[in-house]
Design a protein around this ligand. Sequence first.
Ligand code: FES
Length: 342
Amino acid sequence: MAFKVVVRQWQAPLLVEAGATILEAALAEGRPYPHGCRAGNCGSCKSHLFAGEVQMAPYSEFALTPEEAKAGLILACRSVPWSDCELAYIEEDEVAAHPHRVLACRVAQLDRLTHDTMRVRLRIEAGGPFDFSAGQYAEVTFPGQPVRDYSMANRPGEDMLEFHIRAVEQGAVSHFVEAGLALGNAVRLEGPYGFCYYRARHRGPIVALAGGSGLAPIKSILEEALASGARQPIHLYLGVREERDIYLEAHFESLEVRHPNLGFTPVLSEPAAETGRRTGYLEDALLKDFDDLDGAKAYLAGPPVMVESCVEVLKKLGVRAEDCHADPFYTEAEKARLIGEK
Ligand code: FES
């Protein structure tokens, strides 16, 4: 049994099998539905429900506030239709539409970026070409490991796919990457996913905020922007705990030399020793450096707490909510906690 779901942006209705979410059905058919986490945490799939009934699985209030739910908004990634429905997703300026791919890859390069972060480069062996928008992510399955989401750090169209994988506490997969992954290993990859991607049509300033290995999608976005000739001011901030967590500094410094519109600022929240670097949290740095960011677009990737507090400050500085593109990294434990709290 399937329900007919009319999405106002599309000509043909979508058939959603009983028990499936609207987003699952849309992505399975390769239709471009805005989304990010696919787990009720980011709010990217927010939609107006005009007619019909859905049942919503648990989600975080960051993604959909009680007021929004009362006003008839739903999250497509958590909504299982209970009848035929009519809805519309919240319109975005540019929707990324790429074919959904399942790729067979092989580890072609493996090196250490910091004491706890590895860089993995994969060569695609079958299933390509893999088109994606800078800033998107993929589901990655390393040998014998459960699937995890990781953002591509390379620009679309480059030969190899690059991922930055930080060992998280109790993170079985990230520890496997550090200790067990080897050159030549086969890796399955599925995607692309995500809504925090580069909007090329925007001409205002860009503020890019990365927490730790959140630098991966931000790197992809900025490299794409610079390579496609973006001339507006681009302010990149990397928030890490201490000196040893900073990575790719020489890379971004060399980009700064070639592109005077780019500024790169590492910020240390808990420096282990006296330092000449900026200290504090990213939101403090924003408040100190800017009076007004009206017309700017912000891209954020990193831990949810960082993303949420920076978005709040960006809005105070005049960035419109729809210009804040966030990709919070929820660990498996955080996802379980958020859903449990609902
Ligand atoms: S809340 Fe639905 S994709 Fe993130």
